[in-house]
Write a protein that binds this ligand. Sequence first.
Ligand SMILES: Nc1ncnc2c1ncn2[C@@H]1O[C@H](COP(=O)(O)OP(=O)(O)OP(=O)(O)O)[C@@H](O)[C@H]1O
Length: 255
Amino acid sequence: MSLLSIDLQRKIYPNGVCAVQDLRFSANQGEFIALVGPSGTGKSTLLNMIAGLDTDFTGQIHSPPDTTLSFMFQEPRLLPWLSVADNIRLVLEAPQRQHDNARFARMETLLQQLGLQDFRDSFPNQLSGGMKRRAALVRAFVTQPSLLLMDEPFQSLDEPTAQDLRQLLLKLWAESQPTVLFVTHSLNEALLLADRVLFLSPRPAKVILDYRVPLQRPRPLNTSALQPLQAELLQQYPALLSGLLDRTSEEFPHA
Ligand SMILES: Nc1ncnc2c1ncn2[C@@H]1O[C@H](COP(=O)(O)OP(=O)(O)OP(=O)(O)O)[C@@H](O)[C@H]1O
């Protein structure tokens, strides 16, 4: 069943930059979709439009009226003057949300599950980069969203930490099955996580390949298992992927 349907004709910023043109796709309930494309093509712009943060565009974005949304950004965006627990409570106590004890219980479970139970009263500047991302993951999942937007959430972390977070994300996703749109520069990360990879053109962004990842779940931890897929993709779509593969081979060494 479709959760999200995107039919965008155009997004032009006031300075004349056209970030998105003729971009169309739909996402089913519970699907994990990676968006991969060159730097500056319009990936963040697209997520902002889907989240309703940017409404100045021509086109349609449809989702059922009861869709609930979480957004995890490149930076964890924790408020520095609040503890980990208070940062998370903030989304539970947002004015439009009813006080719901089950959600507070869920916060405690997630803090435990992500190994943050002893850091619930710590402040963000007392946490490592990986722990801040864990807190951001708790915040993203605690409201049990039906749509989760993730904009390069594991960028600029060391590779083992990023790999741990990817596994945690897959576990949380499997438990509650939100539809995920995950922006990444890394083909390996996309192949490891997603059911489908949407490859975007250079700006203005449009979908140039909608690729279904032919791998069973649970996904292999060892990224060398992804090499045959990469090779096959490169053979089939050489012009499309050569740039991406060059960029990602360094950043994602074999586990
Ligand atoms: N507020 C803005 N005003 C004008 N131009 C903008 C604005 N925000 C983004 N752009 C431009 O729109 C284009 C798309 O930007 P966007 O951040 O969506 O790309 P991206 O694919 O997410 O990039 P990256 O992979 O580097 O994060 C870029 O050329 C960018 O400079």
